[in-house]
Design a protein around this ligand. Structure first.
Ligand SMILES: [Cu+2]
Length: 155
């Protein structure tokens, strides 16, 4: 009976989002658009709200999902989107930062395996003050954008 109820609930919520409150940090829906089968890289998105009184900074991400996991930003040069590594992402008190398509993102390079929609990918966010925070990136539907084809020459 319990199992039947649970599967009904899962069916009723096709667009899952997840979030967690860790200290003063509200971490909202870490997600990865499903990469193509043989993709060598993937991007991660996340929204973080600093609900405390002190400045914070996201300074790194770690995950067994990829050989290297870094913070990136997107810049436009001559109309071409290019990736550049970011040292950190400051989050002022009361501020909400968005790692989102066309902007800042988490860059997973050298994927350790496939990722299918609905998978939860473990990762650790590293903050300057809060330290290490365990999260899970939810694999969302593929967007069709091939991020691995973008210009990463800044590395
Ligand atoms: Cu990138």
């Amino acid at each position: 009976m319990k199992r039947a109820l649970l599967s009904l609930m899962l069916l009723a919520t096709p667009a899952l989002a997840h979030d967690q409150m860790t200290g003063d940090l509200h971490i909202i829906h870490p997600s990865i658009p499903a990469p193509a089968a043989k993709a060598k890289s993937a991007v991660g998105y996340i929204t973080i709200s600093n609900e405390g009184d002190a400045p914070e900074e996201l300074i790194g991400v770690r995950s067994p999902f990829a050989a290297s996991t870094t913070l990136h930003t997107t810049i436009f040069e001559d109309g071409i989107a290019k990736m550049r590594p970011l040292v950190g992402v400051p989050i002022a008190p009361g501020e909400v930062i968005n790692l989102e398509p066309g902007g800042m993102h988490v860059m997973f390079m050298g994927l350790s395996g496939p990722a299918a929609e609905g998978d939860m990918i473990p990762a650790t966010l590293i903050f300057r003050h809060a330290g290490e925070v365990a999260v899970e990136f939810m694999v969302d539907p593929a967007t069709g954008a091939d991020h691995s084809g973008m210009n990463h020459s800044g590395h």
